[in-house]
Design a protein around this ligand. Sequence first.
Ligand code: IVH
Length: 669
Amino acid sequence: MNPREAEKRIQELRTTLEHHNYRYYVLDAPEISDHEYDLLFRELKDLEEQFPQFQNPDSPTRRVGAQPVDKFGQLRHTVPMLSLDNVFSNDEFDQFVERANRFLGREGFYDFVGEPKLDGLGVELVYENGVFTVGSTRGDGSVGEDVTQNLRTIRSIPLHLFEDTCAAPKRIEVRGEVIMNKKDFLSLNTLREEQGEPVFSNPRNAAAGSLRQLDPRITAQRNLDIILYAAGSYEGIEFKTHTGMLEHFRAWGLKTNPQNKLLKSREAVFEYFVSLDTLRDSLPYECDGVVFKINQLSLQRSLGEVSRNPRWAIAYKFKPRSAVTRVIDIVPQVGRTGILTPVALLEPVNIGGARIQRSTLHNQDEIDKKDVRIGDTVVVERAGDVIPDVVSVVRDRRTGKEKPFRMPEKCPVCGSRVEKLDDEVFYRCINISCPAQVKERIRHFAMKGAMDIEGLGEKWIGTFVDNRIIGDVSSLYSLTEQDIVSIDRMGDVLARKLIDAIRKSRDAQLDRFLFALGILHVGEHIARTLAMNFKDIGDIEKAQDEELRNIEGIGPGIAESIHDFFHTKENQDLLKKLKAYLRLNNPYEKAVSGHLKGKRFVFTGGLAGLSRDQAKQMVEENGGSVTESVSKKVDYVVAGDQPGSKLDKAHALGLSVLSEDQFMKLVRG
Ligand code: IVH
């Protein structure tokens, strides 16, 4: 065969194989036998080897996985990947609809699309002129990991969009869930058990673990699947409805969920929920509820989002599932603030496809209330991916040999005194140098979303603390390769990587650093609020209780905890040491001194030139805030097209009302 003929045949084979891939993996309706497929595949592989000049990363033969990488690159999502708020009853669903109505100043119901809520890993795929170019995990919603090479191995992801009935757009970011089907999960675990490897606790962890492999060849062996359900940004195409968008997805060969359904009434919504709950066990994948999305995209845009959750979609969760098992033992676990949490060690039991062998008992009060004893037979419930919960004791199964559990008087880890404050339910180990606390504080400091020190997980932290190589988080920064290289199973490559990762974390965002400190009640959200209100760490250290309490979103309890933290001698010493190593930057600095500082805005009606989210961002970047309801505390009400009742209320209260133009002028300063 000459090169010209070879090129032509290679093209033909690629198109044919992609078509059969699609029939098999997307539609689940193959047209040829596996054997026939293998023959075509082998023919293509041979030709590509014979004529390497025609090799191409988009070829179906490349689905076996590219070369391993050291670490994943980061990719910023052009549109943040949101999460979903949950409801658990019809009443709560009704309230969700009412909130949307109130926000838009309208009444009635919406056309919804019901979709199974898949229990996998959210990802984004970018197609440029119909070609799959990059793909990433959801990550923290703003920045994800570049897992392009791993995604390429997933057979249900088309490497090219089909254009038979509908041209591919210039660029589109499609979003969906990478999942592992139940049967593949079970066979993977069986294999791992045979090979003496740890099993995955549920299909979601298996999917995440498989997709986040540094070696794509391993991912390729894992039988991952994908279902697409949303879009990020796109160019060269317009959609009016969610269903319309999903139709385009299907025409392009992207896999969507056949269970998705357009629902035009409240009754239809609830019926769909019940029918899916009934179907749940027969579905090939894990699903823990239903996502309901308002079908009209223009309405979605007007509704926008609130604290990373869309106002136009909600997850209605199924009732948790339960199983009966036995409590083998109850052991107290020491957390980062010294709190002892009793954990039940259970006889392993399967709940909804996950193997459960531990369950939190929360605290002594809860144990007493439920009267859980060591040796008891108990009912354990699991809701989605949350930690399983012991809900009750099966009393008839008591033999009399069960032993009640008492919190120890001494810390099981360091032997120090355990103390219970009168007004708290918690028992605490009073020794702040307790190795268990130290380890947990360091783990929290290093975790993703905090200082994000890659590779520094529980295992190494444990070893470092036990060997007195580190004592607190600041000592991480004086570590050298020599200090750790001789540790069992470390080696010089890993040692270098770890030290590099620690060094890299020296350039940190103020908000992440504040979160990393592990101040009681300061999660990621409060940490960000602080960074939006103070120029730098020095100003936060100096802040008085009163000043903190005046910040929207920070109540008295949180303010006190922040104030106490920065006025404790040990913490001050630690901060002094840390500041010598770190270069903190505040990405929200502009907000602190912005000309809209302290101003509160409400929007009503549609804006012509920008989306609600963009408008909100502009306000926040300049130090202002946006709230939903009109009250005396509001400084400006921005009235767009067809404003709702909020405008009347604004007039009644005598607030300043701005047109879109006036708003733009004000923001620009
Ligand atoms: S839509 C804009 N649709 O659930 C709202 N998400 O809790 C989010 N998920 O991060 C995307 N099934 O990973 C959407 N049918 C579905 C989904 C779904 C599962 C995941 C997704 C998201 C998480 C939010």
